[in-house]
Design a protein around this ligand. Sequence first.
Ligand SMILES: [Zn+2]
Length: 119
Amino acid sequence: MTNINDLRAKLLEEKARLESELSGVGHKNPEIKGDWEPSAPDLNNPTADVNDVADSIEAFEGNAAIEVELEARLLEVDAALARIEAGTYGICRICGTAIEDARLHANPAAPTCIAHREG
Ligand SMILES: [Zn+2]
């Protein structure tokens, strides 16, 4: 049977990992709690030549894509932790039945049962 404490520990571990990865490609938005923004390159560097600027724009676009993915996953993990607090964890949000143990162990942040998995 599912041990919520184990899954909670896994979620907290993943949250810490996501936050440390996010801090490598972005920073917390000081205005919106829980929101992250990709770190912008310094384009005002007067010594940068055209190629350097192009490189940093490319790096920024790569960072932005990674940042969006990490942030989406972090939101799922946070939502799952909130459901644990609320006592609604492990319930499919589409059909309201219990999510399969195997699915929760594979993805503790899963919001739906296997039948209602997205994608
Ligand atoms: Zn379902």
